[in-house]
Design a protein around this ligand. Structure first.
Ligand code: NAD
Length: 387
């Protein structure tokens, strides 16, 4: 297979990791790098033997690339994707695809417009956690219908522990203007994406949101949300960056049993017969259906970002199907926006929420921001913890 010529824009924590990945790939070569910090761009270009650009506008005019990976802070995912599509360049955007639903609609529209000239124009998202062993197994089991009617899905993700020094480490972090949210927008896009990938998007949401409860930040650092589905399933999504040791546990309950993904184990506790049937027909008042417990083995080899980037190259060069089409990113952001709006307005909201109302609220929060961040360097750390 030929090497696809890629550009990386945004050479921070994530962009530098993408450059390293591409450098070792058979399917891709790094053609250009871009950062508004020109010195950084020049250093990366020297290191990888590619062209440096200090603005995307100039890169898309003069650079010789087929696809771009966007690894800037979130708001710019939209503006840069729009610029790229206008030039017929394939896009792989970091998560979250955009900050609010209206922005993602603009990206989808620009992609559609670009596809009129080039039907093969690719729009992918870095939802690399979809490629993890447990996630693939859960998706496979759910798609097979094995669990029967779904009853409840609960995800508790309270192991996103972050210190004040983390929040002080980047000027854009944890501000309405810089990233448009906190734990939901920055840490949870992967879980929100997998949640909707597994069991679909809720129809109604009640969110409870605390802003800066544990940290000196203006955005949310604790969220509890209740989801309702027209098919009768209920859901819960509980997260914070202010708890340690924390929990990461997903339970998906159907009439035929329960899937539990926690840490490195995936368990299927399987009912011998439908619990709904037992509930309706059993002459006994308390007896549950017999069940047995299966530990589900899975390969979990790492290198997930690389898998998504290689899949992007395969889609460009050979028209292969995407693992994470970016259009699907609208669902996780619709959930995010609905939880936040519900929390602000203290009422249950329909999904998708009123997009204008959410955008207006975000603008109000940005205008009312009083936080002045004291940015400090953080100690050298293993960045893989942030995935
Ligand atoms: N998929 C994952 O697992 C994962 C993990 C971490 C971060 N991310 C995402 O990656 C993105 C970047 O996060 P980060 O932690 O690498 O940020 P960062 O602050 O470390 O780096 C951002 C870089 O982008 C540059 N930049 C900002 N605006 C620009 C623009 N308009 N044009 C060119 N360069 C620009 C900055 O100078 C900086 O070098 C975020 O959207 C984040 O959510 C994804």
């Amino acid at each position: 297979m030929r090497k696809v010529r890629l550009a990386v824009v945004g050479l921070g924590n994530m962009g530098s990791s993408h450059c390293r990945d591409i450098d070792g790939m058979d399917k891709a070569e790094l053609a250009c790098v871009c950062d508004r910090d020109g010195k950084k761009a020049d250093e990366f270009a020297a290191k990888y033997g590619c062209k440096a650009f200090h603005s995307t506008k100039e890169m898309f005019e003069k650079g010789d690339m087929e696809g771009v990976i966007i690894a800037t802070p979130h708001y710019d995912h939209t503006t840069i994707a729009l610029e790229a599509f206008a030039k017929g360049i394939h896009v792989l955007t970091e998560k979250p695809v955009g900050v609010h639903v209206k922005d993602i609609r603009k990206m989808i529209a620009a992609h559609e417009e670009g596809r009129k000239k080039n039907p093969g124009l690719v729009f992918s998202a870095m939802f690399q956690q979809r490629t993890r062993g447990p996630a693939k197994k859960i998706k496979q089991i759910l798609d097979s219908g094995e669990l029967g009617k779904l009853i409840r899905t609960t995800w508790i993700i309270t192991d996103w522990f972050r210190t004040q020094s983390y929040y002080n480490s980047g000027g854009w972090r944890a501000t309405w203007e810089g990233e448009g949210g906190g734990v939901l927008m920055n840490q949870c896009p992967h879980q929100l994406d997998m949640y909707q990938w597994f069991v679909g998007r809720p129809d109604r949401i009640q969110g409870f949101v605390s802003l800066g409860k544990y940290h000196q930040i203006e955005v949310e650092d604790e969220v509890t949300a209740y989801f309702e589905y027209d098919n009768g399933m209920v859901g819960h999504f509980i997260t914070t960056t202010g708890e340690a040791p924390g929990t990461n546990r997903l339970e998906i309950v159907g009439e035929q049993g329960k899937l539990v993904w926690e840490g490195d184990s995936l368990t299927y506790i399987r009912n011998e017969e439908s619990m709904l049937k037992t509930l309706a027909e059993s002459p006994f008042g308390f007896k549950k259906p017999d069940c047995w417990t299966c530990d589900i083995p899975f390969p979990d080899g790492g290198g997930e970002h690389k898998i998504i980037t290689e899949n992007f190259c395969d889609a460009i060069a050979e028209g292969k199907a995407l693992i994470a089409p970016a259009e699907e990113g609208i669902n996780s952001i619709a959930i995010d926006n609905a939880i936040m709006l519900s929390g602000f307005e203290k009422r249950m909201v329909d999904v998708p929420v009123d997009e204008d109302a959410f955008e207006a609220k975000l603008k109000e929060l940005i205008a009312g921001s009083t936080i002045r961040k004291v940015v400090s360097e953080k100690a050298d750390e293993d960045f893989s913890r942030s995935f």
